[in-house]
Design a binder for this molecule. Structure first.
Ligand SMILES: [Zn+2]
Length: 147
């Protein structure tokens, strides 16, 4: 939900670019207000597919038991993080629309932002490895207990 919410926010950029509209690429989906609405729609659309998500998460060895609230929270956090990062990186993101301020633009340099994103990725990857290792250890312990 979190990762795909990030992708869904950029569908706006794809549509504006593909249709050749003369708009800035980052419009309404790249605002906290509309990104929240997009995340809500995404959660509503994805909730009926929760068993598919569970299957996919099990393929990558992540335990996954969800509720609508968890899916919504993941979608909102993913959408907001995307908008937050883009607001630092792109001039045309009006994060607090309808206000026209751009308080985050160039808050960090591009190398700083890329380093921060790499640090987040590394932290997420380490967390993933810890979860997988913990699950493998638990599975082995369960196997050793059974006769
Ligand atoms: Zn974006």
């Amino acid at each position: 939900m979190f990762v795909l919410a990030n992708v869904i926010i950029d569908v706006e950029v794809l549509i504006i670019g593909t249709l050749g509209l003369k708009w800035p690429y980052h419009r309404y989906a790249h605002t906290l207000l509309i990104a929240t609405a997009v995340a809500l729609l995404w959660a509503l659309a994805a909730y009926p597919l929760r068993n598919l998500f569970q299957y996919l998460m099990n393929l990558i060895r992540l335990p996954y038991r969800t509720t609508f609230f968890k899916m919504l929270l993941s979608a909102v956090l993913g959408a907001w993080l995307h908008v937050l990062i883009d607001a630092i990186y792109h001039y045309d993101v009006r994060i607090f629309w309808p206000a026209n301020t751009r308080p985050l633009y160039k808050l960090l340099t591009h190398p700083q932002l890329k380093t921060l994103c790499l640090a987040f990725f590394a932290a997420a990857f380490i967390a993933y490895l810890c979860i997988v290792a913990s699950n493998l250890k638990q599975s082995k312990a369960d196997k050793d207990k059974s006769p």
